[in-house]
Design a protein around this ligand. Structure first.
Ligand code: IVH
Length: 682
């Protein structure tokens, strides 16, 4: 057998074993045997790169090529379903259908409503060619590379199984509870933000730029709708057939006839869903016969032959142990109920938010109360009520009046529900929060630092303010790490000079690189209350430098776009504070951009040039590069053609663009090449 024949044979065999294992739960070979076949295929594919196939089972692990997520039109619009929340609405739907089709003349297919995000898969001659998200319903994101890593989605349907040459099948991508908990544990350990719920985790994962990350996350998918023509007469039959073709179709679908049977299905699954390994948020009712579906038709937004019934939120009752208070990065203090652990909607819940002081008062919460908890799509569930019949104590829960972190007095602003710590200069979570905001991507983009490192540097006393970041290199150079040094100096040596020097050097480099970040982002990075990205940009454009901004009074500030009295006051308050003025002076001395570049004086070195921007960049955002190209007289174009002068190529350019650029012989400039090209002549 030739290598190419063996490759095809192995792919075929491995697709089958994948399906047996992931969809049918019935493996016919051991994991070891599977791995050996996979290794053999990998070796042959490495030997024959010309035989590469994106649908090969070896591609399930993802690749390091960054995803670009092109927007692609849907062949059939992706509609949503009308929602109902009670039996009366279900009856109304049933009776409307009955009115149109005649009593007793139709079957209804009852299904679970999976709580994930919808996905459309397109197969041509049995090969997966494209996977699109819902997007706006008419165009979706092309997430094919990521979807290829989902093991329950077949990449190649078995030969001769009788599927149409053009098949579009839709379903839901979801993250099972077990994977969700594992991923959040990993996020926590890495100091990264947690996903609020499995649906957010699934959606964040599907849009991840790195398909290797997606492969690791453990997404799953159930298919429930075929919009393209099928030979079967009914929805139910079509899906049973799809199961034969290798798709994962829920085994919990049920064909029923009467309204009572529908209610029974709802009642059964409202309880039984608690045992499912993934989240469901309701049930879906579909008129089964495809011709009857046609007859009922569609409204602009949803089919008239289907409806969703949403389950009421799950609720649990558990004793309150203690109320603790958390201080956030803005200084807002949130009360948290710590409770006896209780199982709720697939996870164990120990803590629930109590929102604010008024909320505690409205609940009339007392020590030792038994509280009702609900999940409201957040990581931390909320207390929604108290079981008054089991009250044991006369002592109401009181909100604190001093900050649990720094002991400073707390206060409330007029018209705001939150209570704040008044000490924004030395309260630890507020300082850490400010540093985290300062280094974040849209601000100074010091991406080698994360919340965990910030916490570590803070605890060790080497970074206690944003200005400390810019003295790190100097302090490290001055420290020797020999006996007799201060603990800080020893720490600096260990972190930046010792075995961790690679990541240490990266930190120092990215801090240096941040000095090139344009003024508007520096302004945003300062974290002035109410000054978000857009306001910062408007202020930078209007006032052009920090000096003019510092001189402006509230009236002048209000002349800038998007700035009203509240924002203006907040800016004045910030800029007149001595500590903040010192911070700004120190940042200026460190070399940060405190004014905008004067575009009028820039060269016209890119005049007549058509430039494509692709990939991701270190020094500037895409928008900034776009502005730079235009400022230098060039034209930023979106697609590569023979008229393209060059490509400003960042990291991880999309594979199709790369290929096109190569085939047309278009030069590719790195970020540094480009910056050198437009740099003023010395
Ligand atoms: S059928 C034209 N079936 O619910 C009908 N949708 O609110 C297409 N969903 O966008 C949808 N489980 O993301 C259908 N068994 C199921 C479903 C389901 C979950 C989602 C889907 C849809 C949304 C509608």
């Amino acid at each position: 057998m030739s290598d190419s024949e063996r490759i095809l044979q192995l792919r075929d065999e491995l697709h089958r074993h994948n399906h047996n294992y992931y969809v049918l739960n019935r493996p016919t070979i051991s994991d070891r045997e599977f791995d050996m076949l996979l290794k053999e295929l990998e070796a042959l594919e490495t030997k024959h790169p010309e035989l590469a196939d994106p649908n090969s089972p070896t591609q399930r692990v993802g690749s390091d090529v960054s995803n670009d997520f092109q927007q692609i039109p849907h062949r059939y619009p992706m509609l949503s379903l009308g929602n109902t929340y009670n039996r009366a609405d279900v009856r109304e739907f049933y009776e409307r259908v009955e009115g149109e089709l005649g009593r007793g003349n139709f079957d209804v297919c009852c299904e679970l409503k999976f709580d994930g995000l919808s996905l459309s898969l397109i197969y041509e001659k049995g090969r997966l060619v494209r996977a699109l998200t819902r997007g706006d319903g008419t165009r979706g994101d092309d997430v094919t590379a990521n979807v290829r890593t989902i093991r329950t989605i077949p990449l190649q349907l078995p030969e001769g199984a009788g599927y149409p040459d053009e098949l579009e099948i839709r379903g839901e991508v979801l993250m099972p509870y077990a994977a969700f908990e594992r991923i959040n544990k990993e996020q926590e350990q890495a100091g990264k933000p947690l996903f609020a719920n499995p649906r957010n985790a699934a959606s964040g994962t599907l849009k991840n730029k790195d398909s290797r990350v997606v492969a690791h996350r453990g997404l799953d998918a159930y298919l429930y709708y075929i919009p393209s023509p099928v030979p079967q007469p009914s929805h139910y039959d079509a899906l049973q057939q799809a199961r034969e073709w290798g798709f994962q179709v829920s085994g919990h679908m049920k064909l029923v006839h009467t309204l009572d049977e529908i209610y029974a299905y709802i009642d059964h699954w409202d309880e039984a869903r608690k045992e499912l390994p993934f989240a469901t948020d309701g049930i879906v009712l579909k008129v089964n016969d495809l011709r009857q579906q046609q007859a009922l038709g569609y409204t602009a937004k949803s089919p008239r032959w289907a409806i969703a019934y949403k389950f009421p939120a799950e609720r649990a009752l558990t004793p309150l142990l203690e109320v603790t208070f958390q201080v956030g990065r803005t200084g807002a203090v949130t009360p948290v109920a710590n409770m006896t652990p209780v199982h709720l909607a697939g996870t164990t819940v120990r803590r629930a938010t109590l929102h604010n002081a008024d909320y505690i008062r409205q609940l009339d919460l007392h020590e030792g109360d038994r509280v009702y908890v609900e999940k409201a799509g957040e990581i931390i569930p909320q207390v929604v009520g108290v079981d008054m019949s089991q009250r044991r104590s006369d002592t109401p829960i009181r909100f604190i009046d001093r900050c649990p972190e720094c002991g400073a007095p707390l206060m409330r602003y007029e018209g705001e529900a939150a209570t704040y710590c008044t000490n924004d200069s030395t309260c630890p979570p507020q300082i850490k929060g400010r540093i985290e905001h300062f280094i974040s991507r849209d601000a100074m983009n010091i991406d080698s630092l994360g919340p965990e490192t910030v916490a570590e540097y803070y605890a060790n006393g080497i970074v206690r303010s944003i200005t400390d970041l810019y003295t790190l290199r100097q302090r490290f150079a001055e420290s020797t790490g020999f006996f007799g040094c201060t603990p800080e100096q020893e720490y600096l040596q260990r972190t930046f000079g010792g075995s961790r020097s690679v990541s240490g050097a990266k930190v120092l480099d990215s801090i240096d690189a941040s000095k090139k970040v344009p003024f508007e982002r520096v302004l945003f990075a300062l974290g002035i209350r109410f000054v978000g990205k857009v306001v910062a940009k408007n202020l930078a454009r209007h006032f052009r430098s920090i000096d003019t901004l510092m001189e402006a009074g509230t009236e002048q500030l209000c002349e800038a776009e998007g700035v009203g009295a509240v924002i203006a006051q907040s800016i004045v308050h910030y800029l007149h504070d001595d500590t903040n003025r010192r911070t700004i002076a120190d940042l200026r001395a460190a070399g940060l951009q405190m004014q905008i570049e004067d575009i009028a004086t820039l060269s016209q070195s890119l005049a007549g040039k058509n430039i494509v921007i692709s990939g991701t960049f270190q020094h500037h955002t895409r928008q900034e590069y776009q502005a730079l190209i235009e400022a230098h007289g060039g034209k930023n174009v979106s697609s590569i053609s023979k008229n393209t002068t060059f490509i400003l190529a960042g990291e991880a350019m999309g594979p199709s663009k790369l290929e096109k650029a190569r085939s047309l012989g278009i030069p590719m400039l790195t970020e540094d090449d480009f910056l050198a090209l437009i740099a003023p002549e010395q």
